[in-house]
Design a protein. Structure first.
Length: 134
């Protein structure tokens, strides 16, 4: 699973994801990309699941770039615990994504193969996505 080796603070505040992504919204490395259409948090398990779906469909001769990293700690409190007594413990790490953010890029594959691999990966993600061609 992906998670940071070291963080400055153990727990982080949650924020509201507004607006659209401006910085990581263009294809930089590959020929085909999968892009988010809505906002949300993607966990490290979901990123790994989507990556494995892509890799299993692409048999050989391909290059894959993962453009997101789960660096935000996500905390929860145990069930049936009353309110108060501070913030819960870190449960997992998530990657906050805004609409327009590039998630994965592929090169060295045919267009129909890339489209099918991204279709399989999009089922594993909690946000709606679309496929781009450079």
């Amino acid at each position: 699973m992906l998670q940071p080796k070291k963080t400055k603070y153990r727990k982080a505040q949650r924020w509201v994801l507004k607006w659209i992504a401006v910085r990581w919204s263009n294809i930089s490395f590959g020929d085909y990309a999968i892009k988010t259409v809505e906002q949300g948090f993607i966990t490290s398990r979901q990123i790994e699941s989507a990556r494995r779906a892509i890799v299993r469909f692409l048999k050989r001769w391909w290059k894959l770039w993962i453009r997101i990293f789960p660096d935000k700690p996500y905390t929860t409190k145990p069930l049936e615990v009353p309110m108060g007594w501070g913030k819960g413990s870190v449960e997992m790490y998530v990657a906050p994504v805004k609409p327009g953010r590039i998630l994965f890029e592929i090169s060295w594959v045919a267009p129909e193969v890339a489209r099918e691999a991204f279709r399989l990966a999009s089922y594993k993600l909690p946000v709606k996505t679309k496929i781009l061609v450079s």
